[in-house]
Design a protein around this ligand. Sequence first.
Ligand code: ADP
Ligand code: MG
Length: 229
Amino acid sequence: MIRFENVMKRYSAKDRPALDGVSLEIERGEFVFVVGASGSGKSTLMSLITHEQVASSGEILVAGRELRRLPNRKVPALRREIGTVFQDFRLLPGKTVEQNVAFALQVLGRPRHVVKQLVPETLELVGLEGKEKRLPHELSGGEQQRVAIARAVVKKPAILLADEPTGNLDPTISREIVSVLERINRTGTTLVVATHDNGIVDTFRKRVIELDEGRVVRDQARGGYAQSA
Ligand code: ADP
Ligand code: MG
């Protein structure tokens, strides 16, 4: 589903590369934590997958597409295959829960009957039944993140990328959010979760890819956060 072959990403000639010789393969349906200190390259890895950033060298394959050769006109189709979730939720403040989620389909031009079916089933999937008419400021942080997840997955992407999705949440709520991501993974979606939250990494025991200064220093099935765990 995602393959990096010797990928280097340099933002400027004078700084060390943000990613340096990264090779990895993530299969369809996997759940992977990408861990590492701040500045180790986690967000850069995510932005290369969405093609918001372009590799300086090396090959990247996402959902069957070679990104180095991807023409601009095919970028929207790539992005439809990928849902994204961030630490800061990024909801539309003036729209209700259901409007925030529906909007993700409306911008893709999906017909109304499709929106009417997909929005409620997706809100149920993330555990937001009964909150449809709330505005973002009327929700807890954990609930806001559930809305952001619903918005990311309502278009049924093959891949869901979550960049520090629990960064603003306390430990109990963080575990609930990762459980929601697990539920989405069980529907067949490939999950890539960048985090430096060792609590959730140790709790959920998924594959762990660790970055250090832009290099993969560990790739472990069912790992914990710490190298020694
Ligand atoms: P992480 O998400 O693990 O904190 P990042 O991928 O954000 O790491 O950053 C990796 C390195 O790349 C850091 O040295 C950071 O300063 C640099 N970097 C990230 N984004 C940019 C950017 N848009 N322009 C210049 N440098 C960047
Ligand atoms: Mg980051």
